[in-house]
Each structure stands twice: as C-alpha cells, then as structure tokens.
Design a protein around this ligand. Structure first.
Ligand code: R5P
Length: 293
C-alpha cells in the first residue's frame, strides 16, 4: 500500500506538455457522456474554455453575511454578468428568477456552521440528485475536508454523489475546504485537488497558492479558484489574472464581487480576465472606467 514515508519528492510536472485533447475542450473530460458534456459546455464557455461562477452559498454556514442580507437585491442583478450561479437550492429558489440563463451549480453538502469551532469535523448530503435535477443543475458542489477530522465522512459523501451524478450525467464540483487549523500550502492543495479528481469529480475548486501551475498540471480535470476574503478590487483582479495565467479555468468568486462597492462592474471586470485575455491592469482600468465615467 502507498504510504507517506520515503517517497521521492514529486518534481516533474511537465509544465511544457499540454494535456491530451480527447476531442472535447475541457481537460480530462472527453470520455464522458453526451449529457455531462453538454452540461459542462454550459458551465464553461466552450470558446474560452473558462467560467465565471458567482458564489453566493455563504449563508448556508454563515447566515446573512455582509453583502448577502438580501440576495434578491444584491445577487439577482449580477446574474447577467456570470456564467454560473453557485448556491444552495433555498437561495436560488427564493431569490433568483427561474428565467435566468445561467448554468446552476448546486451546493449539495451541508456543513458545520461558523459557530462550530472546527468545521472540518464533517458534513453530509444537503441536496440529493433528484433535488439537483429539479433545480435543473448543471453541476453539484461537494465540500471535502481532506486532512480534517471529517475527512472519511466527507469523502464517502462525495463518492456517493459522484456515483449519483454519473447515473444522470451531472458533473460534480469537488471543493477543497480548509479547516481553521490547516495550512493553505502548495503541498496541501496539490494533495487535495488530486484526491478529489481521482475520486471522480469533473472539476475542482481550490484556493490560489504559490506554484499554482503545478497544482493545475497535476490535477487531471479543470481547476477553478475560490475568491476568498474581500480584497481591494485591483488585488482581486491580480489574483484572478495570475490564476488564469497559471492554467485555472475560471473563478468561483463571491465576496470579492458582491462585497465590492460596485459589484456589477467587478463581475464584468473579472469576466474580462477570465474570458477576454485582459491583464489585471487592463481589467482594473475597465472597472475604474465604468465606475467613474
Ligand atoms: C466555499 O466553498 C464557499 O462556500 C464559497 O462558495 C467560496 O468560498 C467562494 O466564495 P468566496 O469567493 O467568497 O470565497
């Protein structure tokens, strides 16, 4: 059995060798079913290969966090600027008109609230595959606590969701959740993203880190980054730009958009980086131009 002792340090990520094409634009996903590929083509723009996912699932563990007090007011007007809406069924059903054209990535785990000291102690299924179908989800998002006390439980829940998703052609987004006491190192994200991909998720969400190009290279399916806590707009755009340069296929961004002073402008600026090859500086200039005409 593989163990952690005495292994050669991994060093050759073949950064100059592109992943095989497999006749489909999304990395590592060319051997799936038509339905899954069609859903992936709604999640990721087949032209750029990338996605802007607007994450507003924070309330399921945090309650009415800043910027999400009224999702009907804050989030609904932003939908037009994003490719994907990533949230719980309760948030989407109650606050987002069913006429939106976005792909839906349904948050499908329940996790410990912010009142619990160590949220990495475990989670469970918050919405089953029938709920995902009813919500017309293009993907379901499963949070996993690799290295946390709840690792085994969250991986078991993930694998059963992957099984269910494969039955119906619904891709699973594996979310690498980092517990309070855990370090956000390159080594950690290399391990966590690869584990989730090997357990069958179609794409992985993780945090941006040093040597991110290695994380992307070693993960055989697309990687998107979470935004994380609110940064000044120029810094958030720089993070998105660096991630895209390092091979990320998009962002799943929440607070850096909906907590911005100008959320619509910020969402559009992020999309310029993700889809239109804007540099961070060009995107920030675009943001400034539309906020100070
Ligand atoms: C993580 O899984 C959370 O549920 C959020 O969806 C995620 O952190 C993205 O939001 P933010 O950009 O605010 O970190």
């Amino acid at each position: 059995m593989a163990d952690a002792i005495g292994n050669k340090a991994a060093h050759d990520y073949h950064l100059d060798v592109p992943a095989p094409e497999q006749g489909f634009f999304a990395k590592g996903l060319g051997h799936g079913d038509w339905g899954a590929k069609n859903r992936l083509s709604r999640l990721f723009n087949p032209k750029s290969g990338n996605t802007v996912m607007l994450a507003f699932d924070h309330g399921y563990i945090m309650g009415s966090t800043a910027g999400l007090e009224r999702m009907d007011v804050t989030i609904a007007p932003l939908c037009q600027y994003a490719d994907v809406l990533m949230a719980t069924r309760g948030a989407i059903r109650s606050c987002i008109p069913p006429t939106v054209q976005n792909a839906i990535c349904l948050r499908a785990t329940h996790d410990a609230s912010v009142l619990v000291d160590d949220m990495s102690t475990g989670n469970g299924l918050g919405a089953d595959i029938e709920a995902a179908i009813r919500m017309n989800a293009s993907a379901i998002a499963m949070q996993c606590f690799i290295g946390g006390a709840g690792e085994a439980q969250s991986l078991e829940t993930l694998c059963r969701a992957v099984d269910a998703g494969e039955r119906y052609g619904i891709p699973v987004l594996g979310v690498t959740a980092v517990g309070k006491e855990m370090a956000r190192t390159t080594e950690y994200f290399l391990l966590a993203t690869r584990m989730l991909a090997e357990l069958g998720v179609s794409f992985v969400k993780t945090y941006y880190c040093d040597h991110f190009e290695k994380v992307v290279a070693a993960c055989p399916v697309p990687v998107v980054i979470a935004g994380g806590k609110k940064l000044p707009e120029d810094e958030a755009l720089t993070m998105a730009y660096r991630a895209i340069c390092d091979g990320a296929r998009g962002v799943d961004m929440g607070r850096n958009i909906f907590q911005s002073q100008h959320p619509a402008a910020m969402c559009q600026a992020v999309a310029k980086v993700v889809h239109q090859h804007f540099t961070d500086k060009e995107a920030y200039q675009f943001y400034q131009d539309i906020t100070n005409p």
